[in-house]
Design a protein around this ligand. Sequence first.
Ligand code: GRF
Length: 204
Amino acid sequence: MNIAVFVSGGGTNLQAIIDNIKKGNIDGNIEVIISSKKDAYALERGKKHGIEGIYIGKNNYPNLAERTYKILEILEEKQIDLIILAGFMSILDKEIVQRYKNRIINIHPSLIPSFCGRGFYGKKVHEAVLNYGVKVTGATVHFVDEGTDTGPVILQKTVIVKDDDTVESLSKRVLEVEHEILPMAIKLFAEGKLKVEGRKVRIK
Ligand code: GRF
C-alpha cells in the first residue's frame, strides 16, 4: 500500500508511522512526504529514511488551484492509496478530498467533536481544554471529509487532564497517544478492516 504523508511541522506523527513500518506493524510504504512549510523538520525526518520530501506552499505555488493540481499530479504519479495528514496545517482542496474519499486520514489532538474545527489546531487545542476545565481529553483519528475535523471517526483514546497540567505537559501526553492510534488506524486500513457506513466506521 502506497502512502503519502502531509506535514507542516516537527513530524513526530510521521516518525511514529516510519517506526511502525520499519517494525513491520504496517503493510505499507511511505512513497512521498508533502509539506506546506519549506523548513518543516518533518522533511528532515523523511530524508534520514530516504523518503522523498516535496515542499508545496504559497512561495512556490502561490494559489490553491496550482497547489491542488501539483498535489494531484504527485499522488497519481506515486499511485498513492492512502493519504495521511500528520500535523498538516493547510487545507486540502475539495477536489482532492472527493477524489480520495475515505482514503485520507487525519490526526487531531482532542476528542472530536470537542475542541475541533476552525481555529482549533496544535497548542490552541490544549489551551482551550485547560481553559474550559474539562477532566478528560485525548486524540482522534478520522477520515477527512469536506469539513474541518468533521469526517467519520476511526479511533479515539483518552488522556486524563491533571490539575497542574500546562499546555506543554498536556500536549506531550496527548502526542504520545497520537503516536499510538495513528499507526494503528493505518494498520487497520492496510488490512482492509475499516468499513465506513455513513458517519460510522466499523472495524471488522
Ligand atoms: C500534533 O499535535 C497533531 O495532532 C497536530 O499537529 C501537531 C504536531 O504534530 N495535528 P507533528 O509532531 O508535526 O506530527
